[in-house]
Design a protein around this ligand. Structure first.
Ligand code: NAD
Length: 454
């Protein structure tokens, strides 16, 4: 097949639509594998940053980007593409227009799939991207959707747009190829990268699957084919619903352990010594990020349209979304023991990002906690080495420096996100009261602060 040969020879041109947390590392991986890659993003600032070789995603070093964008600059300057092991070196450029879709052999879609204000899937980004791809579709192109979405999206929303592009009646699997491959990237994870994380792929037809497998085989060690795009879509939702429900279970365990005057962290540490049939999950101040709080809702929404209530998902959502309120009660109790009220107390939140070692504050429970405490009349400040400022629900804050004076001044220090950069002994030595929602202070045995765990 022509496209499979072009992929094997690195002659296929790849366009990645949406170069955010998912799209940018993917575009870089393909460029590093020797492909000519164009990142397309409706946000001009992102496209401009890529062209300057400046990364805005933690998992991509600017030096990697700069090396790939330099190849484009050299080519424009009249110098030919250098070679690596006999293969042309890959390159990466970016644009906020869609013109380059007309010359792409492969188009990968990594646009957002958020929830609307009324908590239903917002598919407008997938629809807008599909319309643009359809308007520029050339025969023989492979299109892959990577955005997380409900089972059926690729066939119900993307396929008809491409098949009917520009008034034509194209046949999938013959005139163009269409596949779904869920993105499994875990921002900040230093062990698993795109290369060593198996990639699940489902095609609309057998030939779609073959082409998609050959594409991903150039950047990942293991491709896992499944029978359809719907199965591939469901794989991602199983993975993230599994995480959301297990996190909810362990969050409820934390609440129950508290009632029983038990340390949930001790219980988990001991339970995880079981060599089979148990996998540890850890409690925390709630769910955050663009995936775990949102993806299961896509599944629940789809099932609701089929008159089925996704009960686990609903229960997990209730427990997880209540955690910032539960933590605020723990803070209130801890202050109460010092004869203080939340109102008027100075509370310092450590970590605003939704998880350790990333700068992403989307859906962050730390941010919700700040809002809850602010409404209760506390004077709230925060420190996050990766998040210099916050602007959310009418709250605008700058990260305060983590000095002895700042720690000593706080009536309560709340560990919301345990970034690796923090020195917990230093924090414990200079604070008065700590509410630790992450067990970050597990190894601290002597300190000035009174430490209260979740
Ligand atoms: N962030 C993660 O850890 C992660 C992991 C796995 C899967 N996902 C899924 O991947 C998808 C993308 O997530 P993300 O975190 O990269 O989002 P993101 O917001 O970081 O990036 C998406 C990018 O798409 C751009 N965009 C939006 N509409 C566009 C359009 N019509 N044309 C071109 N560009 C457009 C946005 O400007 C943005 O830069 C989502 O479906 C998400 O659920 C995310």
């Amino acid at each position: 097949m022509d496209l499979i040969d072009r992929i094997a020879d690195r002659k296929a041109r790849i366009a990645v639509v949406g170069i955010g947390y998912v799209g940018l590392p993917l575009a870089v991986s393909f460029a590093e594998a020797g492909f000519e890659v164009v990142g397309i993003d409706s946000d001009r600032t992102r496209a401009d940053a890529v062209n300057r070789g400046e990364s805005y995603v933690e998992d991509v070093d600017s030096s990697r980007l700069a090396a790939l964008t330099k190849v484009v600059a050299n080519a424009r300057g009249g110098r030919s593409r250098s070679t690596t092991g006999g293969r042309p070196a890959g390159s990466l450029s970016a644009s906020n227009g869609y013109d380059s879709l007309s010359s792409a052999d492969v188009v990968i879609v990594c646009v957002p799939t958020p929830l609307s204000k009324t908590k239903v899937p917002d598919l407008s980004y997938i629809i807008a991207a599909s319309d643009e791809i359809a308007a520029h579709l050339r025969p023989g192109v492979l299109v892959v959707l990577e955005s997380t979405t409900y089972p059926g999206t690729t066939e119900e929303l993307v396929l008809p747009r491409l098949a009917g592009s520009n008034g034509r009646s194209l046949i999938v699997g013959r005139d163009f190829f269409l596949a779904f491959s869920p993105e499994r990237i875990d921002p900040g994870n230093r062990t698993y990268s795109i290369r060593n994380t198996p990639k699940v792929v489902g095609g609309v037809t057998a030939s779609c699957l073959e082409v998609a497998k050959s594409l991903y085989g150039t950047i990942v060690e293991q491709v896992v084919p499944v029978s359809s795009t719907r199965a591939a879509e469901m794989v991602k939702l199983l993975e993230n619903t599994f995480r959301a429900t297990n996190i909810a279970l362990v969050n409820e365990m934390a609440i129950m352990c508290r009632r029983l005057d038990l340390d949930v962290w001790e219980v988990i540490e001991a339970a995880k010594t079981k060599p089979y049939g148990f996998m540890p999950f850890y409690p925390g101040p709630g769910l955050g990020g663009h995936c775990i709080p949102i993806d299961p809702q896509y599944l629940a929404w789809k099932l609701k349209s089929m008159n089925y209530q996704a009960r686990f998902i609903q229960l997990a959502e209730e427990i997880n979304f209540d955690m910032p309120h539960y933590v605020s009660e723990r803070i209130s109790d801890a202050l109460n023991a010092d004869q203080k009220s939340v109102k008027g107390s100075h509370v310092l939140i450590l970590g605003a990002a939704y998880k350790a070692d990333v700068a992403d504050v989307r859906e962050s429970p730390a941010v919700e906690l700040i809002e809850i405490l602010d409404k209760k009349g506390a004077s709230v400040s925060y420190n996050d080495p990766l998040v210099p400022s916050l602007n959310s629900s009418g709250i605008t804050l700058e990260s305060v420096p983590l000095t002895e004076a700042v720690l000593a001044d706080a009536d309560c220090v709340v560990i919301a996100t345990a970034h690796r950069a923090y020195d917990w002994q230093y924090v414990a030595d200079h604070s008065r009261l700590i509410v630790d929602t992450r067990n970050a202070t597990a190894r601290i045995h002597e300190a000035r602060a009174r430490i209260v765990k979740l």
